[in-house]
Design a protein around this ligand. Structure first.
Ligand code: PLP
Length: 376
């Protein structure tokens, strides 16, 4: 059955590939890229994005859970898959059989994986996650000696990587970033002193890989920049973006159009009242599709090469747009919620700014109800 509700997200795999190439060029051949496709590739569709990235040369993909990793295996992904937030007890056999590479930082991680790995030939690679100041996941530097001793005794495991995650990489000049990087260097020195020689050291997300070359080490983990958003909260400081382009456009069609007299109340609670005779279009998109209610009477769309304002409260399934100043709008016209047309562009940043959110939240919030259409 055709999707009768004309509201869809267009995902440009060509743009994704170009963004990957931009980042590849930036970090150089010596640095491995782990392309982060967790959370359904930030709402873009993990399977399709992972396939495109793998075809473009990405040898590592980053996800957040065993099930996300296994889903990529089912989709035919052959490359390495990093479980960045580790695994949950009971998943270890799936992790090992699925050839997923988990972050580890707790004694039970090592115990469970050692047992699971013993059932298969060869050794099983793990990456040690170090908490250098995020206060979230990872072992503290003081916990490393005991963990390393346990790892040394775990003969079915191999310490392939050591990594950390930065709390403020996107904040230009943040002091805690330098502290975290210094803490990471200390952890790496300790690991080496204990006789381990992991192949990979990594710390950088998108912001760090662009702004802090010293954080790149020999593997970087970009997520948001692959999807075309380069985010440093630079305040007034101008930061040259690295030339990535948004991958996702969000579109809908006008499903109804009415002429309403001045003084007409629109939508729930009559939150918007027309001040003039108005042509009001209805779009089949609402907060259940992931359009933030905070855009009510504040967001814009692009239609027929012009901008038009959202009016009234965004409801679960529908949004109203004032088309009075856009000549010729008809039922069936394509409307852009996020995307570009001619010289006009609305980005996830624009939605984020209105919704007091980030582009991450805007992209991840576009719900499953919105079909993704893949284009080159
Ligand atoms: C451990 C880790 N590495 C890398 C990333 C990618 O970050 P970004 O999307 O900012 O590039 C994330 C995302 O939150 C993460 O949790």
């Amino acid at each position: 059955m055709q999707n009768a509700r004309p509201n869809w997200a267009e995902v440009s795999l060509g743009a994704l590939r170009r963004n990957y190439r931009v980042l590849r060029q930036l970090v150089g051949k010596e640095v491995e890229i782990c392309a982060v496709v967790k959370a359904d590739a930030y709402g873009h569709g993990a399977r399709e994005c992972a396939r495109a990235l793998e075809a473009e040369g990405a040898r590592w993909l980053g996800v957040t859970s065993t099930s996300e990793g296994l889903d990529l295996r089912k989709a035919g992904i052959q490359g390495r898959i990093l479980l960045m937030t580790g695994f949950w007890q009971g998943d270890e056999e799936d992790v090992v059989r699925g050839q997923l590479t988990p972050a580890i930082w707790q004694p039970w991680h090592i115990e469970c994986l050692q047992q699971a790995a013993a059932k298969l030939p060869g050794t099983f690679s793990v990456h040690l996650k170090v908490d250098t100041g995020m206060g979230r996941l990872g072992a503290g530097v003081d916990e490393l000696p005991a963990l390393l001793a346990q790892l040394r005794a775990a003969d079915h495991l191999c310490l392939e990587g050591v990594f950390t995650h930065l709390a403020s990489a996107e904040v230009v000049g943040a002091a805690d970033v330098q502290q975290q990087l210094a803490g990471f260097d200390k952890a790496v020195a300790l690991v080496k002193r204990e006789g381990f020689s992991p192949k990979y050291f990594h710390a950088a997300n998108s912001a760090a890989l662009v702004m802090l070359p010293q954080a790149r080490k020999n593997l970087v983990r970009p997520g948001i920049s692959l999807y075309g958003y380069y985010l440093p909260f630079a305040g007034k400081a101008a930061i040259e973006p690295p030339g990535v382009e948004p991958v996702l456009s969000w579109k809908a069609r006008v499903i109804s159009l009415r002429e309403l007299a001045a003084g007409s109340a629109l939508g729930y609670n009559g939150a918007f009242v027309t001040r003039r005779r108005s042509r009001i279009a209805v779009l089949p998109v609402g907060y259940a599709d992931g359009l933030s209610r905070r855009l009510s009477s504040r967001g814009q769309v692009i239609v027929r090469g012009a901008c038009a304002p959202m009016v009234g409260r965004i409801s679960m399934d529908l949004t109203l747009v004032d088309m009075t100043d856009v000549p010729g709008v008809q039922v069936g016209d394509e409307v852009i919620l996020i995307g570009a047309n001619g010289g006009l562009r609305i980005t996830a940043w624009d939605h984020a700014n209105l919704a007091e959110a980030t582009p991450y939240e805007v992209l991840c919030s576009i719900s499953k109800r919105v079909p993704r259409k893949y284009v080159e």
